[in-house]
Write a protein that binds this ligand. Structure first.
Ligand SMILES: *Cc1c(COP(=O)(O)O)cnc(C)c1O
Length: 395
């Protein structure tokens, strides 16, 4: 069989078979609209409530604090836009970071056009928000702090508990984009003083197009979609019953398997990192060494173009992702890699590999062996590398 090694689980994951199985009846025999009165359909209301409970339990929240959405981007949009609208009389200042997902960054830019002020905090060289900077950015008019739980590119996990504490000491709401962290790291919304949290099904072996926003009771929040009374009148539209059932099944699976799965992934991730760093010269690990997602490795290879690397990996049946930009249609490298201080040319030579529980040590060996060969080939064709070697010899 042809090799196929999927190491792009931060982009999306395979829907788990047990999740698909749980969903199937809700496309066919249980297709009813949960708002209908007859028992055939109204049973689906209880099914949705059950999923809300499963998700709330995973976060230490209450089920009526879980609002289903169409995914992480919608949850992020909702959290920022609705908070801005509901609290604008108190102030018009929002704090976030330079390394957020575009669903946050572009919503921030939109709000700036609406007359809000947004501070985008710098991060240190490991991608960690500096708490002193956060404190210094707070103004009497600050209404919201939004800091992602874990970064989707470099995997760095933020000091969320400390950030929540700072927010609440100042009476400021705290939102976190936990799309990457939820299902990989235990999260308790009370311990971390989180007021709003975004998550997405397809990043944790659930289906695409479904997610949720946790909104703490007492937070003033505006409706995001106007229409029917679904989601406590906050987000209208006939519920995506199969999606919600799939999300519930994915969350209960993620909770059940978290310890064993992440232990295995962490071990293989560290094996991958140590082999790459030790065996491929002029290579750097991006992101924090310890405070990072169990399945994330992100490297920069000097004298390498990330796009070429991805194409050559693809030819060997390996799926990865790059922080360089051609794929995203812009010439600048990833905003995250620039924010941790990588020069453009090094950021362009980056590779993100994100594991899942099916990856084996043999897979990792194959990937590292392939990488060594590809990096060496690409460098041998690089005039920059040639110049560099000449200058090394002189020195
Ligand atoms: C994937 C991702 C999103 C967007 O989620 P979708 O469900 O694809 O809309 C938002 N934030 C982070 C950190 C992500 O990784």
């Amino acid at each position: 069989m042809e090799k196929f090694i999927y190491l792009d689980n931060a982009a999306t994951t395979k829907t788990a078979p047990e999740v698909v199985e749980a969903m199937l009846p809700y496309f066919t025999e249980k297709f009813g609209n949960p708002s209908s009165v007859y028992s055939f359909a109204s049973g689906n209301k209880d099914v949705i409530t059950k999923q809300r409970e499963t998700i709330a339990d995973a976060l230490g929240a209450k089920s009526n604090e879980i609002y289903f959405t169409a995914g992480g981007s919608e949850s992020d949009n909702w959290a920022l836009k609705a908070t801005a609208d509901a609290y604008k009389d108190k102030g018009r200042h929002i704090i976030t970071t330079k390394i957020e997902h575009h669903a946050i960054l572009h919503t921030g830019e939109y709000l700036e056009k609406q007359g809000f002020e947004v501070t985008y905090l710098d991060v240190d060289e490991n991608g960690v928000v500096k708490l002193e900077d956060l404190k210094a950015a707070i103004r009497p008019t600050t209404i919201l702090i939004s800091v992602m739980f874990a970064n989707n590119e470099i995997g760095t996990i933020q000091p969320i508990k400390e950030i929540g504490e700072i927010a609440h000491e100042h009476g400021i709401l705290f939102h976190t984009d936990a799309v990457q962290a939820f299902g990989q790291v235990p999260i308790n919304v009370d311990e971390c003083q989180i007021d709003m949290l975004s998550a997405s099904g397809h990043k944790l072996n659930g289906p695409k197009g479904i997610g949720f926003l946790y909104i703490r009771k007492g937070v003033k929040i505006r409706s995001f979609v106007h229409g029917g009374a679904q989601e406590r009148k906050r987000r209208a539209g006939t519920e995506n019953v199969p999606g919600i059932v799939g999300l519930g099944a994915a969350v209960s699976r993620a909770v059940r398997t978290m310890e064993e799965r992440t232990a295995k992934e962490t071990e293989l991730r560290d094996y991958l990192i140590s082999r790459v760093i030790n065996e491929i010269p002029y290579t750097k690990l991006n992101g924090h060494k310890e405070m990072r997602l169990p399945n994330n490795a992100n490297f920069s290879f000097r004298f390498i173009e990330g796009e070429s690397l991805l194409i050559k990996l693809d030819m060997k049946g390996i799926c990865g992702s790059s922080g360089s930009a051609c794929t995203s249609g812009s010439l600048d490298p990833s905003h995250v890699l620039l924010a941790i201080g990588l020069p453009h040319e090094i950021a362009h030579g980056s590779l993100r590999l994100t594991l899942n529980e099916e990856i084996t040590k043999e897979d990792i060996d194959y990937v590292v062996d392939s990488l060594k060969e590809i990096v060496s080939d690409l460098r041998s064709m690089s005039p920059l590398y040639e110049d560099f070697q000449k200058s090394e010899k002189k020195a």
